[in-house]
Design a binder for this molecule. Structure first.
Ligand code: GLY
Length: 346
């Protein structure tokens, strides 16, 4: 087990990679009341591993990443007479962590909280870095706060019960970390696809640790996304738009978003075509989609609903080479022209 630390403005956050859910009580203040927020799937598979606590259950899937789910958590906390010293633990994937983290950050102006991340996506991305929130009126992650969890437990054993396809979701974010920050990490992922497919425990632990380290270092330098943290959005401008107008999961949409962004980078920042092909091939080998499954019109419409847009442009993440990203203001009209052309020639 290894601890990676983030020093956030609201306090430190320790990410325990390789820790077991059974150790959760050791992370909790012994004198505080505990409330757990989870979803029905996680409760069915793992509730016998939860420490004694009141349990609040919210719905699964992106459609439940709403203020209604947050309101449900508030109502249950009120019903349970939770006070400002109550400790909330979210046990689940990205949705549970994002919604419960937001509820904890705002209930009674904020109560302490921590996460047990049960999906690869949550372990390497969603639970790390203190972004909490929900979607609103078709805008993704439109309402939320930066507020670090006291701890994040990444129990790699929990990944064994993930449904097929869910692992690939997290792998997309892992490839993203390598593509933007570390070409040697990219090489290592390429060289270990069969171990990843076989869920080799040592290999998965190395990936989670490396990705948590990369993300934590970026967040330590720019917690509130004023500059460098924007690089973590590589593939997400197109990815979020694709996610909104297709039935694809987050990592799948981000995978296609990264391929499109790499192609755009060829024109803008001279990203080498052979590196784009390596990126596309790796995503494909990891079981992720790499081609736009829909006509560009819907994606273009969804692009206009990007919360990160500033007037007619967005901070767009391009690659200069594998392991090196740059953020550039790009006109939405340029992305529109690019997407239409990319689709015509796909
Ligand atoms: N998922 C991107 C970030 O946390 O900044």
């Amino acid at each position: 087990m290894q601890i990676v630390s983030i020093q956030g403005q609201t306090g430190p956050s320790d990410i325990a990679v390789g820790e077991r859910i059974e150790s959760l009580p050791a992370f909790l203040p012994s004198d505080a009341r505990r409330v757990i927020v989870t979803d029905a799937n996680v409760a069915r598979l793992h509730r016998h591993r939860f420490p004694p606590a009141e349990v609040i259950t919210i719905g699964t899937g992106e459609k439940n990443k709403t203020l209604e789910s947050v309101a449900h958590i508030y109502r249950e906390l009120i019903r349970l007479e939770a006070d400002r010293f109550t400790f909330l633990v979210a046990i689940g994937g990205g949705l549970v962590c994002d919604a419960a983290g937001f509820a904890a950050s705002t209930y009674m102006r904020g109560i302490p909280y921590g996460f047990v991340a049960t999906t690869l996506l949550a372990q390497v991305d969603a639970s790390v870095g203190g972004k909490n929130g929900v979607n609103f009126d078709g805008f993704k992650n439109m309402v939320g706060v930066f507020n670090q969890p006291r701890f994040v437990i990444c129990d790699l054993n929990l990944l064994k019960t993930l449904p097929p396809g869910e692992l690939a979701n997290g792998l997309a974010e892992i490839v993203k970390h390598a593509a933007i920050c570390d070409s040697a990490y990219f090489d290592a992922i390429e060289n270990n696809v069969s171990r990843i497919d076989a869920l080799d425990p040592a290999c998965i632990e190395e990936l989670v640790l490396k990705s948590v380290l990369i993300k934590s270092q970026v967040v330590n330098r720019d917690e509130k996304e004023a500059g460098e943290r924007r690089k973590l959005n590589f593939g997400h401008t197109f990815g979020h738009a694709i996610e909104k107008c297709t039935a694809l999961a987050h990592g799948e949409a981000v995978s296609i978003g990264m391929v499109l962004a790499a192609r755009f980078s060829q024109q803008r920042t001279g990203f080498p075509p052979e590196s784009r092909m390596r990126l596309t091939a790796l995503l494909h080998r990891l079981g992720l989609p790499t081609e736009l499954p829909t006509a560009p019109d819907a994606v273009l419409q969804a692009l206009g609903k990007d919360k990160k847009r500033q007037g007619e442009s967005v901070h767009f993440v391009c690659l200069e080479r594998l392991g090196r990203a740059v953020v550039q203001p790009i006109e939405l009209s340029d992305l529109s022209t690019f997407l239409t052309t990319a689709f015509d020639t796909a």
